[in-house]
Design a protein. Structure first.
Length: 240
């Protein structure tokens, strides 16, 4: 493998599973108890905003009870090492939790939004808060009541910072995917973009995903074990 200077790591719910955050499509996943249409679409929010606010309030409240796992910490270690050599690690996460940041990572793109970011539909103001929101919550900026929604990208909405994501893939040497089923685009298409650009590609996942066949290499197992192993291997190869 040629010199690896710049790495993009796409992460999904599987990297947070060992921290105790449910995935979506595994047995016992979130979509077993909740209909995507009801809690993860603009139509669902319009039809029953209280149900949607409750769903995200519960997921936001859980953040205070979970911690980053060794996979999150390992990626942060790798980021610091690559930066010290003039390279970069960009984490493109589909996850809306804050475990990458709490694990020490700094260059994180939340393409599906964040539980800790709120959005007032009346004045478009976005702000950070870990509070629970209801239909009587008031926007600090416009004082609109009951207009605050989670700053989460729902199905049918445009993911965030796709230009930046594509640029970081264009300039990387290695594209790694950790803990995602490869079920949702555009994230699921990034490995094909990387392959089309001649990049090395690696998948780390508990089981084969819908995109496994696109990767040069697929390592099957727990992220909490395989990601630290891969990071140590990469740091050794880079001579640190
Ligand atoms: N280590 C590694 N991989 C794991 C682990 C683990 N401990 N536990 C589960 N996985 C894998 C599963 O095998 C599965 O392939 O993580 C993947 C989780 O898949 P999903 O539940 O579909 O989650 P994700 O791929 O992140 O979903 C993508 O779909 O519903 C939308 O917006 C939501 O961002 C989400 C997107």
């Amino acid at each position: 493998m040629g010199k690896i200077k710049n790495i993009v790591v796409l992460t999904g719910a599987g990297i947070s599973a060992e921290s105790g955050i449910r995935t979506f499509r595994d047995t016992g996943g979130l979509w077993e108890d909740h209909s995507i249409e009801e809690v993860a679409t603009p139509q669902g929010y319009a039809a029953n905003p209280e149900l949607v606010l409750r769903f995200y309030n519960a997921r936001r409240a859980q953040l205070g009870t979970v911690k980053p796992n060794p996979a999150h910490f390992a990626l942060a270690r790798l980021e610091k090492s690559l930066l010290s050599k003039g390279g970069y690690l960009t984490i493109v996460t589909q996850n809306v939790d804050d475990l990458h940041e709490r694990g020490g990572a700094e260059n994180v793109i939340h393409m599906h939004g964040e539980l800790l970011s709120q959005w007032c539909r009346a004045c478009d103001h976005k702000f950070r808060s870990d509070a629970a929101f209801t239909l009587s919550s008031t926007c600090a900026k416009c004082e609109g009541v009951g207009k605050i929604r989670p700053d989460i990208v729902w199905f049918g909405e445009m993911p965030y910072r796709m230009d930046t994501i594509e640029t970081t893939i264009l300039n990387c040497d290695l594209f790694v995917s950790v803990g995602t089923s490869g079920a949702v685009y555009p994230a699921a298409g990034y490995v094909q973009m990387a392959r089309g650009l001649g990049k090395q590609t690696l998948e780390i996942n508990l089981e084969r995903s819908e995109g496994s066949h696109f990767f040069h290499e697929s390592r099957l197992g727990k992220a909490g074990e395989l990601v630290p192993q891969w990071v140590e291997e990469t740091l050794r190869q880079a001579g640190t």
